[in-house]
Design a protein around this ligand. Structure first.
Ligand code: NAD
Length: 290
């Protein structure tokens, strides 16, 4: 396929490189980032999109996505698909899809989980919203860049799945960290705590796979000085999107709201920026009840 790729940062560059390595023709555009070897650099986003079968965007936020989409949609060939893999608000995802479909294009919102490591290894999970036809057309590309693509429903459903998942992740990581800090103060050995909880009803991905305590459980960013991994600032971005969506949909999400407030303090006031999101554990360790 001919692929236009817009936004080749930490995630986009390795995703584009994997598409190229699988034999697709990739033309890229980024305001600043260099192109991976073999990806042809276009002079503008519309130039990268012109004549492409699929245009993939991997951009920082919904405002930038809306701006880029307004530029590229008129340049795209009839029947092509605009596939946004960024994490953005549900409203922006739906607005861009409406605009693309009104212009006779297919549209997908397809945010990912798996991080930079998953992007490089081609093992991302895609959560996809949009039509069956658009999903079928892009599925072979998802299979190259990832290990799994779930068609979640109509436009916006991919972003909805992503923010609900990450709201659970933020809440369970905080709960796991505060429980470790409590266990410390109760004199409970962290290894014993892991052995019990990871095989009991308190288990979760945060405990079992991404344990926030150094030296405990499988290797995780805690074993590497809390270097991300999944940065606390990205978790804060996703939690904010969850609260924006909850407000728009009139959904009561008290735990999500509290997790958002805690990650906001951590990132903005407590030197959490640039640290892994599991560094909530040393934060709780250093604190007292009031
Ligand atoms: P990044 O900042 O490394 O990359 C974004 C790229 O977009 C940059 O290279 C930037 O120059 C480019 N860009 C910005 N405005 C542009 C424009 N108008 N035209 C062309 N290019 C433009 O960010 P990233 O880590 O690659 O993340 C991209 C998206 O993926 C975000 O929405 C993020 O939330 C999501 N995401 C990231 C991770 C992760 O671990 N990094 C994991 C899952 C999802």
């Amino acid at each position: 396929m001919k692929i236009g790729f817009i936004g080749l940062g930490n995630m986009g560059a390795p995703m584009a490189a994997n598409l190229l390595a699988a034999g697709h023709k990739v033309t890229g555009f980024d305001l600043v980032a260099p192109m991976p070897e073999g990806v042809k650099r276009a002079a503008s986003a519309p130039e990268a999109a012109a004549g492409a079968d699929v245009v993939i965007t991997m951009l920082p936020n919904g405002d930038i996505l809306r701006k880029v989409a307004a530029e590229v949609i008129p340049a795209m060939a009839a029947g092509a698909v605009l596939c946004d893999c960024s994490t953005v608000d549900v409203d922006s995802a739906r607005a861009v899809a409406d605009q693309a479909e009104a212009a006779g294009l297919g549209a997908l919102d397809a945010p990912v989980s798996g991080g930079i490591g998953g992007a490089a290894a081609g093992t991302l999970t895609f959560m996809v919203g949009g039509s069956d036809a658009a999903f079928a057309k892009v599925k072979p590309l998802f299979d190259i860049m990832g290990q799994k693509a779930v068609h979640c429903g109509a436009s916006g459903a991919g972003q909805a799945a992503k923010i609900c998942n990450n709201m659970i992740l933020g809440v369970t990581m905080i709960a796991t960290c505060e429980a470790f800090a409590l266990a410390d103060k109760l004199g409970l050995d962290r290894g014993r705590m892991f052995d019990v909880v990871s095989t009991s009803s308190g288990s979760s991905w945060s405990m079992n796979t991404y344990c926030p305590a150094p030296g405990i459980g499988p290797k995780s960013p805690a074993d590497n000085g809390y270097k991300p991994g999944f940065a606390a600032d990205l978790m804060l971005k996703d939690l904010r999107l969850s609260q924006q969506a909850a407000e728009a949909a009139d959904a009561d999400t008290p735990m999500g709201a509290l997790a958002t407030a805690l990650y906001r303090s951590f990132v903005e006031d407590e030197n959490g920026k640039g640290r892994d999101f599991s560094a909530m554990l040393p934060r709780f360790e250093a604190r007292h009840r009031s």
